[in-house]
Design a protein around this ligand. Structure first.
Ligand code: WT7
Length: 682
């Protein structure tokens, strides 16, 4: 399945320096370990598990599963019988057993340059224990769901690990999501408490997060869920010293404009609650398959899916992928620019790095604020060795040329990583040549919220790279490419990317909806986990992701479903029907191009267009803001009434070669749609 020998054309290899200390230092070693991970998984993962703390050991097989819907319920169980606590493994184990208490866990870099803080493993442990005690005093128990809606502050990590310590299930909602999205997620997971912050700055823009949180809680009440506790971190508001105590001060930036509504019956001040809270808290010992967290991701029907991950498998998988994919070494300073509100931040800011005792940068701000050199300034300031970012950020920075990069030395950098979408060759070359000065291998990591961690990825000192390819499977992962009839294709081929067996980090279910879990991922091709991505395998066995093959869009590395945006549009009384497609965008990868059919008697105006954009932003969040809205008196449909999105994609791009349109019910609508194209859409 893997090539006998690595190819030698067009490839980039890690330097001799990197290979010297690498965990996996050659392609031969990778292949040997890969075969071990597939043939003797109990031994392979059993060795890895020895580094962690288990209150009780597991019995039986390492993985027990059914991946075939025709044989009954889909399930994955990893290390049944074992009990542990991830928070204990991330913090206590590092502080007490590995003597890493004084090591920096996070360098926090605020939105504004000069606003920074450092927290060691020992301090993080104390703060997590204190907040865990606060949660307990608020009645949060093992298994309860806690919703967290916070900016990129240290307290976000503290809140999530405090949940983990007491066995509560965190459901983090990205702070860029709207009140409506937050409400929907709180309701779906039936959370009993919300943790949020007063506000934060994104560049120059002040976001009053508390207002959005209040609006979400009101919507929840309207729908019958009474949440009567909301813990609010005063991140920006000035609080008296006696309330703040020795905990981190709020950001240095003053913000006289921030008005924080306060309801004394519901709202609780984070810092006031901490006063007197003990910094010792016995962890709750959890079963391997107890729920760890829920994280929502877009679903093609429009309703977000609550992806559920569980304790032991997720811990081992994120720890191992982090260690090997970034070739973690004790003196590293690692920086992942993702937000913790997405899976990348969960797995590769919190869980993977802390499990390895790594030192990371936690950045609150934007890559272009206060100027386009910010990222490189941060790289030099902390002497970052491993940098993990997204193609959309690379393309954004590329626009400003190499000068803002070259102002800083970046000599500390050793490995670069990317995630979120296929990386185009220009962006790859720029990242490699300009950012990495041709010294640093790029790990292009393919994975999903559902996979928990990297599933197709190079290992930096072992895998010869081909720009744009996520290369080969990680340990324990068995990919296949299927054709439309579900047959496995051999050798060079293109089709559906699927996985044939579980790995420890794969999702366990859609929270509260096992049938949906089985339908989405396992029904189409019985016996396989279906990723929803298209993929090509070249003659050397390298995997190349070609993009989504369902009704999903990838905007700046984040998935959105067309149905989700369409339903936000049709909620407007002027819209009778909507169809949304992706249109290639130079920075975002894809942007939203929306066709709307208006209700009788309504005319299309600029005001309406602006209202519709606002409506989508308010329903979903800023990332879903449409770039174009086009008036579409008629939509291209088949005789059975199915919208032909393939044609709409062509119209959005002004491509007149439409291919076969014989199934179209009324071909005159196409001409009309070309004429009505948005004038700004070149
Ligand atoms: C989808 C998953 C995993 C963290 C970020 C997104 C696309 C992700 C790559 C890559 C090509 C990629 C896929 C995937 N994707 N990484 N390296 N190359 N495509 O998580 O929101 O769950 O999205 O992102 O389409 O299915 P997500």
């Amino acid at each position: 399945m893997l090539p006998d020998k690595a190819p030698d054309e067009d490839v980039f290899c890690g330097s001799a320096d990197l290979k010297r200390d690498a965990h996996v230092a050659s392609f031969e070693k990778y292949k040997e370990l890969y075969m071990k991970s597939i043939e003797t998984p109990d031994e392979f993962w059993g060795d890895i598990a020895k580094d962690f703390f288990w209150k009780t050991k597991h019995s039986g097989q390492f993985l027990d599963y059914n991946f075939d819907v025709t044989k009954g319920k889909i399930f994955v169980k990893c290390m049944e019988g074992a009990t542990t606590n991830i928070c204990y493994n991330l913090l206590d184990r590092n502080v007490h057993d590995r003597k890493l208490g004084d090591r920096v866990a996070f360098f926090w870099e605020g939105n504004d340059p000069g606003d920074d803080l450092t927290v060691t493993y020992r301090e993080l442990l104390q703060r997590v224990c204190q907040f865990a005690n606060v949660l307990k005093s608020q009645g949060v128990k093992k298994g309860d769901r806690v919703s967290i809606y916070m900016p990129m502050v240290l307290e976000l990590v503290v809140a999530m690990l405090a949940c983990v310590r007491i066995g509560a299930v965190h459901s983090i909602v990205f702070a860029g999501f709207s009140a409506e999205s937050l409400c929907e997620r709180i309701l779906d997971s039936d959370c009993s408490l919300l943790v949020t912050a007063d506000g934060f700055y994104r560049g120059d823009k002040l976001i009053n997060l508390k207002l959005l949180a209040d609006e979400a809680l009101q919507k929840c009440r309207d729908k019958g869920l009474l949440i009567n506790r909301c813990i609010v971190l005063k991140h920006l508001s000035k609080e008296p010293e006696e309330i703040l105590g020795s905990q981190s001060p709020p950001t240095k930036r003053s913000c006289p404009d921030l008005q924080v509504p306060w309801n004394p019956d519901v709202d609780l001040c984070w810092h006031a609650l901490l006063r007197g809270a003990s910094d010792e808290c016995e962890p709750e010992w959890c079963e391997s398959e107890d729920p760890l967290f829920i994280l929502y991701t877009s679903g093609s029907t429009g309703k977000p899916k609550g992806v559920l991950h569980t304790v032991s498998g997720y811990m081992l998988y994120t720890a191992t992928t982090f260690k090997l994919v970034f070739d973690h070494q004790p003196d590293d300073v690692y920086w992942c620019t993702a937000d913790i509100g997405w899976i990348t931040g969960h797995s590769y800011i919190t869980y993977g790095p802390l499990a390895n005792g790594a030192t990371s940068v936690l950045f609150e701000g934007l890559p272009t604020f206060p100027n386009e050199s910010r990222m490189w300034e941060i790289v030099d300031k902390y002497r970052v060795t491993k940098l993990y970012t997204a193609p959309t950020a690379i393309r954004l920075l590329m626009k400003f040329g190499s000068e803002p990069v070259k102002k800083y030395k970046r000599e500390s950098l050793k490995i670069l990583g990317t995630v979120g979408e296929p990386i185009n060759p220009e962006a790859w070359q720029w990242y490699y040549n300009v950012v990495g000065d041709k010294r640093c291998p790029i790990v292009d990591t393919f994975w999903q919220t559902e996979t928990g961690g990297h599933v197709l990825t190079p290992l930096p000192a072992a895998t010869p790279l081909k720009p744009g390819s996520a290369t080969f499977p990680f340990f324990g992962v068995v990919p296949a490419i299927l054709n439309e009839s579900g047959e496995e294709l051999e050798g060079p081929s293109e089709g559906y990317l699927v996985f044939k067996q579980p790995w420890p980090g794969v999702m366990r279910t859609v929270y509260g909806n096992q049938p949906r879990f089985e339908t989405i991922y396992f029904k189409k091709f019985p016996g396989y986990y279906v990723t929803g991505d298209g993929c090509r395998r070249d003659k050397d066995g390298y995997y190349w992701i070609t993009g989504r093959i369902d009704d999903m869009l990838n905007v700046s590395g984040h998935l959105l479903s067309t149905a989700e945006v369409e339903s936000a549009l049709v909620e407007h009384k002027a819209v009778a029907e909507a169809a949304v497609v992706g249109r290639p965008h130079p920075v975002k990868g894809e942007s939203l191009y929306c066709f709307v059919s208006l209700t009788n008697g309504v005319t299309f105006t600029c005001t309406l267009e602006a209202e519709l954009k606002k409506q989508v932003r308010e329903k979903i969040g800023a990332i879903a803001t449409p770039d174009y809205i086009q008036n579409a008196p008629g939509l291209p449909k088949t005789r059975s009434g199915k919208i032909m999105r393939r044609l709409l994609r062509k119209i959005a791009c002004n491509e007149h070669d439409l291919g076969d349109i014989s199934t179209l019910a009324d071909s005159s609508v196409v001409q009309q749609l070309f004429q009505n194209r948005c004038s700004t859409a070149v």
